[in-house]
Write a new protein. Sequence first.
Lengths: 234, 416
Amino acid sequence: MPLLELINVKKNYMKGETVIPALRGVDLLIEKGDFLSIVGPSGSGKSTLLNIIGCIDTPTEGSVLYDGTDLSDLNDKEKTNYRKENISFIFQSFNLIPVLTARENVELPLIIEKKFNKDEIHDKVTRIIEIVGLGDMADRFPRELSGGQEQRVAIARALVKNPLVVLADEPTANLDSGMSEDIISIMQKMNEEIHTTFIFSTHDPLVQKHAERVIILRDGLIASDERKNNGHAD
Amino acid sequence: MGTLIKIAWRNVRRHKRRTFLSALVIAVGLAMFILMNSIMTGWDRANIDNLIELSTSSIRISTKEYADDVESLPLKYGLQNVQELTTFLQQQEYVAGITPRTQFLGQLSNWEETIPVIGQVVNAKTDPTVFALMNYFEGNYFSDEGENEIILGKGLAEEMGVQLGDYITLYALTKYESRNADEFHIVGLLNTTDPNINLNTIMITYETADGFLDLEGLVTELYVSVERRVNYNLFVKDVQQLQSKLQSRFPELQIDSFLKIASGFLKLTEQKKAFGMIFMLIILAIAAVGIFNSVLMSVYERIREIGVLRAQGMKRGEIVTLFLWEGGFIGILGSILGLIIGCGANIYFVLVGIPLDQFSGFETSGIPFLGRMHGEWNIGAIIFVFLFGIIVAIAASYLPSRMASKLEVTKAIRYV
């Protein structure tokens, strides 16, 4: 069974009286451990698709099945729990909580999840911060970090709760190419080691280059869905 | 919860100027309430002190028959056990003075007009231990050997057209209800701020009354003063304790405290307090608008942050709680600041007071006490207003918090 199944997903936005279709009927299967990049021009529906998968937006029509459960049947509380337990987000502009240190930002999803005690949280956070290479910067506030370091914190925050799916919306858009390489390789490592599913929405050729599977969206429809033979397309 | 509190507190600290200004609005409201409450309580206390010192004393003892017929001030229901009562009272804590009085109805005449008066037969030695009339005297108090000496309310004297040293005729019914009249030498005038005393009262001593009213030592009322306490509630407690002791020791007697004698006046005082409370509510409502704005600004500034927290699985209720904490912190800071400002300024009012008698026109303004008016500490009101400030801040944060929690996650994350 696929991890996620999108069946004829449509999404319309209203602008005054005008209906603007963002997704026009997307069918998609996502397997556990996919390292998947959704590309397409602005307005093609990439972010909308990501938001619907992440359960922070609902389709106008169609279904999203997660492990066989239709997400549109969930109420707000259940959707919140679904996100809390399964999904992590990485944003283009990092969106760290400015009043929390790097370590505290990373701790946050675990605290929200309320599953672990203090020591467990400490151990998990310490480990993930080491993995993303921010061991010596854990006590710095976001304003004291560079863009790349902030995104590393964002990645650590996304991965610390060991989610099934990480949704990354333009994760490298604000980074230079060196930093982008670093960030992608961290995510690749997590994908390989613990089979976390990564879904990127991106314009960045570098991300596309590293993705195992590239989906091109055009005008709210899947124009192509290409899976590379090895995980690292050259 | 700890993380929510941490985020809330750090946000409050992060926007220092905004926090300070919001807290300042609460602080000013609180400080004004504390001062106003202190001055109003001080004012009321001065009035109550004045009432006790001039008219009611702390406790009044009479026979039940006399109390039932007190309007006509009868001279037939005397206290039989004045000495026993006095001895008992002298053994009690906090008793500052005991004095007998016998009231009677009379008429004062200057041969041209006659005015009805209330006569007070007083013990010249013990009366000043209970009543503070000496502070309001013009002329002399009763002399030791003087006979037929009389003290008049100043207003009464003016109405009768008499002065210190003049003679005036007093008519009254004796204890045996025979009519008697005599000439009295005016030795003193009472110029209190109580119009009842000024316009209607005359005073003579028991020595004089024995002959004039055939009193034979008849005492209809025994007045007791209880030591004044700075804390009014403790003072009331002392009075009530003494009253209940007296009542259980002398069940056949009528024992009334000033709380009953002046119940009408005290009720008015309570009503005034309610007005003060309305004033405070208005001030805090203004503060609430300030906090509402502050938290609303905080919500708008942090829409993306709210989106991120929601995307990570934070519940709507937790978002509400986060902003309520922020409002609560602003409330706590404002309330603490208000306490510091209010109590600091109140120290001056309590210790130094306001010299009301130095304001021009004071003496004719009808303010019922002289000298400085002091503020009073009202710990209950201070605790109440401290908590109220925090509650108002939290309540004012609720609407913006709810707004924050209802933001659509997708829009919030992309909000610029």
